[in-house]
Design a protein around this ligand. Sequence first.
Ligand code: 26M
Length: 852
Amino acid sequence: VWSKHQVKKFEDNEGFQQRFIGHVETTLARSLYNCDDLAAYEATSLSVRDNLIINWNATQQRITARDPKRVYYLSLEFLMGRALDNALINMEVEKPDGKGMESSRALVSKSLDDLGFRLEDVLEKEPDAALGNGGLGRLAACFVDSMATQNIPAWGYGLRYEYGIFAQKIIDGYQVETPDYWLNFGDPWEIERNEIHVPVTFYGYVDRPSGDTSTLAPSEWIGGERVLAVAYDFPVPGYKTSTVNNLRLWKAKPTTEFDFAKFNSGDYKNSVDQQQRAESITAVLYPNDNFNQGKELRLKQQYFWCAASLHDIIRRFKKSHKPWSEFPEQVAIQLNDTHPTLAVVELQRILVDMEKLDWHAAWDIVVKTFSYTNHTVMQEALEKWPVGLFGKLLPRHLEIIYDVNWFFLKEVEKKFPKDLGLLGRVSIIEEASPERQIRMAFLAIVGSHKVNGVAELHSELIKTTIFQDFVKVYGEKKFTNVTNGITPRRWLKQANPKLAELIGQAIDDPDENYLLDMSRLTELAKKADDPDFQEKWDKVKAANKVQLADLIRDINNGVDIIDREHINNTLFDIQVKRIHEYKRQQMNIFGVIYRYLAIKRLLKEGASIKEVAKKYPRKASIFGGKSAPGYYMAKLIIKLINSVAEVVNNDKEIQDLLKVVFIPDYNVSKAEIIIPASDLSEHISTAGTEASGTSNMKFVMNGGLIIGTVDGANVEITREIGEDNIFLFGNLSENVEELRYNHQFHEAEMPTELDVVLKCIESGKFCPDNASEFRPLTDSIKQHGDYYLVSDDFESYLATQELVDEVYHGQRQEWIKKSILSVANVGFFSSDRCIEEYSETIWNVEPVKPEE
Ligand code: 26M
């Protein structure tokens, strides 16, 4: 009886259109005659979602039946971007001839055409799901894509923020933040699960019913405030597989319990207000990237999410009636940075207080379950919580942390009996003034069986700097490296369909199965010297540059900044990422100023524009990225870039030889246009500061070359693609300490090139109304020790940029060859490789493949 009513997926035009019209007319209560692109986007998404849900159900049933070990990826950020195009690419339908499967994109595009819509316009209506800041959040999004593609039984857990990362407006050259209320029109991709709700408690006090005074004994936490966590599920489709995994995001809602004491006392309004406050927990994503502010609401977010997720994970584990000792054989939990470290403590609390396990048996389970990824060595990013604030919000968890620390330190003392200094250095509790602080990274290390960095250099650095004492305590083996990766589905196929197709042709794989095994790209190398192929390759790049020029024109109120006529002779030099002093956008713009001044000087000396162009050929310097709202220096860098753009772009004398563009509101969907259009991209962080970087991988995968420092994953990119195919410069990380020391204690030597630039800025050239506006930027180099070592790297940066110009303009074939060879060897940076490494070396999980 049931099977007769089984819901069927659409598999052809007819089927899609039926669903589409059904959703327009019933779900949206509109008619096809007044259906605009937005409604068409919603109806298309709902139709595609229907198919995904059917596969989602099958996937979950399969996993429940086989009951394998599952992975839970806990991340406060999932920077997913748009879902529709990705779903169309990943999800397959049967081919019209019935012989196998193909991507559903063509089918949906054709069906929409027939109904009078253009897929491109419909796709544009989708707002980005921008629930992340930058690298860490986007990495989580790439990982869930790869886990689904590889049929790993994995769930992501995060928060459903009502407001994602702010939208950036540029007004008078300054960043202005506007709220990103992305749920304005409702989100067709989310499935609200009101039936799945978990109560979460805060504040209150601890009681020990046994009368036992030991905090190790089962205790009862009497909470003072309760909210509900409600689940919202987002389907995550794999590529060329019917596996659809789940991303579960929690929303905070008031409990339905009512405070009768208040109600009876006539304080009705107040008690409603209190309930409303619950929703503020998941209202907004903190817009800091690599910076810890220590706000109570942030800690509340973290506990809310950890408690709800663990509750859900344990409920699922209990379904199979296995003993607790088997929990680590059934569950692997990955901590995406220290943000979810409370989950470690929460699991210990559940096992000891609720399940009445012995403390040590419980702790053994905890450590085997968790592993921790570190994403930064920067001191200001490391999470610490004052014990006062922490203990008020989570009194029982504070006790548990003290006990965990006590046993840990006892162990350390046993191993290193006379090393009192060591005990203080590794203690989870920092004895700081004015108050003790909980070091979350140390708690994450102690509570995990594996700790990994995100690129080789970074993984070595954490072992020798911030975590060196832990290597002494635990040995090397606990610390490992998994170099980051990116999903080639979004970052090649979706962002750059023309290049993906050309590659498919070149390596004789028109079905683009190579997107599942990027090592096959090496076959491209054979074509690197083929002039016909080089021409095709170059044409794809040129077309992508036109698309970016269109975007830039739209931003500039319809007026072109990029000279269309010379577009294929203009080097697109791009730096897009969060604005941060360590990423050194300031060095980039100083380089632009230097170039501008050099052009002006040559002209003044009587050189013709042609002669000038020989030394300084056409270049467009393109920037994009958000600053944290409270980050003064980063905001000043944005202003400087825009001020320089204003002067340079309006200087008729230099005749378009140089253009400067700041693209507002850099996000995932803009990245998909910007990255495929780059000739050169900049990854120029002070050596030892950028843990990995992932946009470097995206640019290379799209045939762009890199100018970069010997930092993060640049090192391995060089190893993979060959040092002839990357422009490296600058000091090495092992010299950074000494260089900083020199700046502190010796008279700084300023390279003349930089001196010229800083003096020009100080002259007010770029801010005539407020000549000292950029003083903090120049002073940070001249007066305050040049912490990011701009003056130490500036000359080699300029020299390397000259080399770039020579190759791009003087040896174009060589350039294209480098581009092809880079793509041929970029396969290592697929997040599929990365997920395989996690699966084998950290999680010990295996795929659950759908039946063929
Ligand atoms: C911390 C405390 C309070 C509020 C926010 C934070 C916070 C948020 C995001 C701290 C760090 C955050 O992200 C760090 C990040 O994105 N790190 C980047 O991770 C990438 C993926 O591993 C790396 O490629 C980058 O090098 C690294 O900077």
